[in-house]
Design a binder for this molecule. Structure first.
Ligand code: FMN
Length: 325
C-alpha cells in the first residue's frame, strides 16, 4: 500500500489521513493509534483542561502526534499553548476563531500550523498568513462547523491556496471519500466521525453504539447542546449531532430553551452523567451512514487507504477506456 501526497512529506507520514482533534474523543491513545498506523493523530485539546491535556500527551507515549485547539477558547487560556508546544507536537491545528495572535509563538516553536476553515474569507486569511496546511471543512462534518458543503468548498479553497496543501474534511469516512478528496485537489483528509467509534476512542460505549447504528439522515446542526453545556460559542458555528428527544424539543424553540435554561442544563447534565442519549449529545456527522463496525483505528485507516487505492485505479482505467472510444 502506498499513496503519497504533499501532505505525507509535510508531516513525515505514510498515509494522507489525519485524525480530527475531537474534544473528549481524540485522546492520546487514539491519536497514537492513527499515527502508528501511518496517518497523523491529533489530540483534541477541546475547551482546555491542562491536566487532561498532559495526561493525554503522556498516554500517546512515543508516537509522533499533533494537537488541536478551539481557537476562541484557547484565547481565554493561552497557557495551554505553552504546555502543548513544550511536548513538540508534529502539528498544531487551530479551528474556530482568530489564529493570528498565536502565529508567532507556533512559528517560533517550529511546529507546523494547520488552520481549519469554513469560509473562503477564512481561507484567504490563512493563505495570507502563510500557514502550513488548511483544512477545508464542509458542513457535513460532525461537531462544530459552518454552512458550506465539502464538494464545492474544497476545490474553491484549493483554487486560492497558492500551493498550500488543502486537507478536505466533512463527510469523509472511507476510501471513496478519500479518493474524492484527492480528486477535488485536496492533499488528504481529516476525519472525525469515522474514528468516533474506534476501540481507542474516548467516547462512551453507548455513544459509540448510537453512532454505529445512526444515519446521516438522523443528524442536524443546532446550538441546543452548546446552550445546555453553558458554552458561549460564537454564532458563526453550530454543532452537528444525532437528533434525539432534546434536539426535537428545543432546536426549533431556542427562545423557549433560553427561558428554561437552568432547568434544562440540569436535565442535560444528569442525562450526560447517566449516559441517557435521549437527552445527552452524540456528536457525529453525515458520514455516520458509513461506519457500521466497531474496530481499531488501524483497521479503519488500512481499509480507507486500500479502498481509496482501488477507487483511484478503477477511475484511471475508466479514463483509459474513454480515450480508446
Ligand atoms: C465528536 C467530534 C468532536 C469534535 N471536536 C472538535 C474540536 O474539539 N475541535 C475541532 O477543531 N474540531 C472538532 N470536530 C470537527 C473535526 O475537526 C472535523 O472537522 C470533522 O470531524 C470532520 O468531519 P467528519 O466528522 O465527517 O469526519 C469534532 C468532530 C466530532 C465528530
Amino acid at each position: 500500500m502506498s499513496m503519497r501526497t504533499p501532505l505525507c512529506d509535510l508531516f513525515g507520514i505514510e498515509h494522507p489521513v489525519l485524525l480530527a482533534p475531537m474534544a473528549g474523543v481524540s485522546g492520546g491513545v487514539l491519536a497514537a493509534a492513527v499515527s502508528n498506523a501511518g496517518g497523523l493523530g491529533l489530540i483534541g485539546g477541546g475547551y482546555g483542561d491542562a491536566d487532561w491535556l498532559m495526561r493525554e500527551f503522556n498516554a500517546a507515549g512515543e508516537a509522533r502526534i499533533g494537537v488541536g485547539f478551539i481557537t476562541w477558547s484557547l484565547a481565554r487560556q493561552p497557557r495551554l499553548l505553552d504546555l502543548a508546544l513544550a511536548r513538540n507536537p508534529v502539528a498544531l491545528m487551530l479551528s474556530f476563531g482568530d489564529f493570528k495572535p498565536f502565529l508567532h509563538q507556533i512559528r517560533a516553536a517550529q511546529t507546523k500550523l494547520i488552520v481549519q476553515v469554513q469560509t473562503l474569507e477564512q481561507a484567504r486569511e490563512a493563505v495570507d498568513a502563510g500557514v502550513d496546511a488548511i483544512v477545508a471543512q464542509g458542513t457535513e462534518a460532525g461537531g462544530h462547523g459552518g454552512t458550506r458543503a465539502t464538494l464545492p468548498f474544497v476545490p474553491a479553497v484549493v483554487d486560492i491556496a497558492q500551493g498550500i496543501p488543502v486537507i478536505a474534511a466533512g463527510g469523509i469516512a472511507d476510501g471513496r471519500g478519500l479518493a474524492a478528496a484527492l480528486a477535488l485537489g485536496g492533499s488528504g483528509a481529516l476525519c472525525g466521525t469515522t474514528f468516533f467509534a474506534s476501540d481507542e476512542s474516548l467516547a462512551s460505549e453507548g455513544a459509540k453504539q448510537a453512532a454505529l447504528s445512526g444515519s446521516g439522515d438522523d443528524t442536524e446542526r443546532s446550538s441546543v447542546f452548546d446552550m445546555a453545556r453553558g458554552l458561549d460559542w460564537p454564532s458563526d458555528w453550530n454543532l452537528r449531532t444525532l437528533r434525539n428527544t432534546f434536539t426535537r424539543q428545543w432546536s426549533g424553540d431556542i427562545v423557549g430553551l433560553r427561558e428554561n435554561l437552568a432547568q434544562e442544563q440540569t436535565r442535560f447534565n444528569t442525562a450526560s452523567a447517566a449516559g441517557d442519549l435521549d437527552v445527552a449529545a452524540v456528536i457525529v456527522g453525515e458520514a455516520a451512514d458509513l461506519i457500521r463496525t466497531p474496530q481499531t483505528a488501524q483497521a479503519t485507516l488500512r481499509a480507507m487507504i486500500s479502498q481509496a487505492e482501488d477507487r483511484l485505479r478503477c477511475l484511471c482505467r475508466y479514463v483509459g477506456h474513454l480515450k480508446e472510444d
